[in-house]
Design a protein around this ligand. Structure first.
Ligand code: TYC
Length: 104
């Protein structure tokens, strides 16, 4: 069976599109609450999201004022791991802080 030149082109484009498709990315979001100490949130953002003290303070204050804030954007498995680590760390320390992920 033979393929025409144009069949071949179409298949090549279709296949390469599937093969190199970018992974889905997820935002890791922290939610505000009235109880978690500001210093704990700053330390947590430094620890899990590798931010400087200055960046972490800006993100924390933005969450405090806006109600939520994005700490980073990662492929799904990394975003899920960060969310779980943050939620466990907050719970272990007796704070109600919640972390979620959202598809980008
Ligand atoms: N609102 C908290 C306070 O006033 C601080 C806070 C910031 C809590 C960010 C959670 O994700 C958070 N102590």
């Amino acid at each position: 069976m033979s393929m025409t030149h144009s069949d071949n082109d179409t298949e090549a484009v279709t296949r390469s599109k599937k093969k190199v498709k970018a992974p889905d990315f997820y935002k890791v979001v922290l939610l505000n609450d009235d109880f978690t100490p500001m210093e704990f949130v700053v330390d947590l953002i430094i620890k899990f999201f590798s931010k400087s003290a200055e960046e972490a303070t800006e993100i924390m204050l933005s969450i405090h004022h806006e109600g939520f804030g994005v700490c980073g954007v990662y492929p799904r498995d990394i975003a899920e791991t960060k969310m779980n680590q943050v939620n466990q760390f907050a719970r272990q320390n007796g704070h109600p802080l919640k972390c979620r992920i959202e598809r980008n």
